[in-house]
Design a protein around this ligand. Structure first.
Ligand SMILES: N[C@@H](CCC(=O)N[C@@H](CS)C(=O)NCC(=O)O)C(=O)O
Length: 206
């Protein structure tokens, strides 16, 4: 059975839990990271020398990097759905996965860590403010791109929505000022119609 290492409050682990439930793949999850440790054990480092989560073991095939895992499981179990058959539509979905990592992950990190995992007196206000500005600017790009599209790569839900969707939830749940972005808000409501998104992603921030 597919094994997944990672704590459930990790944004990158949430991508993997979301994709496995979209594709109805049976799995076993092992808590790892932060308070659970495990990631520095030699046996874990042998699988994932970065000492980060998530890592999967699919019948002897070990893989780390959450977006690579989402792509692999989508290709294996979701050909024609999460993994679009048309190369152009697949590239479109793929592009949004890279965009989430290159453009959303960097600014959300100081905001999330500052506001959720740091005591008020220890917060770096400047880093939080800059992060919020950059994050809001990035979401303006998503707003424009969702014009005429229900999901990031078109009319259907694909693997591209997973890395973007986990950030949409965090951005919406963080106690920050956000511009009104009606298309992003409608997209967020569309994602909430998916049970795995509600179950694995829409958790209290911790
Ligand atoms: N690019 C990697 C990032 C992995 C990563 O930084 N994971 C974080 C959790 S979101 C982590 O392992 N933090 C340390 C820990 O939990 O011990 C991926 O997408 O898988």
């Amino acid at each position: 059975m597919l094994k997944i290492w990672g704590r459930t409050n990790s944004i990158n682990v949430q991508k993997v839990l979301w994709v496995v439930d979209e594709l109805h793949i049976p799995y076993e999850r092992i808590d790892a990271g932060l308070q659970f440790g495990v990631v520095n054990e030699p046996s874990y480092r042998k699988m994932n020398p970065n000492g980060r989560v998530p890592t999967i073991d699919d019948d002897g095939f070990v893989l780390w990097e959450s977006n690579a895992i989402v792509r692999y499981l989508s290709a294996k179990h979701g050909a024609g759905t999460l993994w679009p058959s048309d190369p152009r539509q697949r590239a479109d979905a793929d592009r949004w996965m890279d965009w989430a990592s290159s453009t959303l992950a960097a600014p959300i990190t100081p905001v999330f860590w500052g506001l959720i995992r740091t005591r008020p007196e220890k917060r770096d206000g400047k880093a939080i403010t800059e992060g919020v500005q950059n994050l809001n600017a990035a979401f303006e790009v998503l707003e424009q791109s969702l014009d005429g599209r229900d999901f990031v790569a078109g009319t259907a839900f694909t693997m591209g929505d997973i890395p973007v969707g986990v950030h949409v939830y965090r951005w919406s749940a963080l106690p920050i000022d956000r511009p009104g972005l009606p298309k992003v808000e409608a997209y967020y409501r569309r994602l909430q119609q998916r049970a795995p998104f509600k179950q694995h992603v829409m958790l209290p921030l911790s």
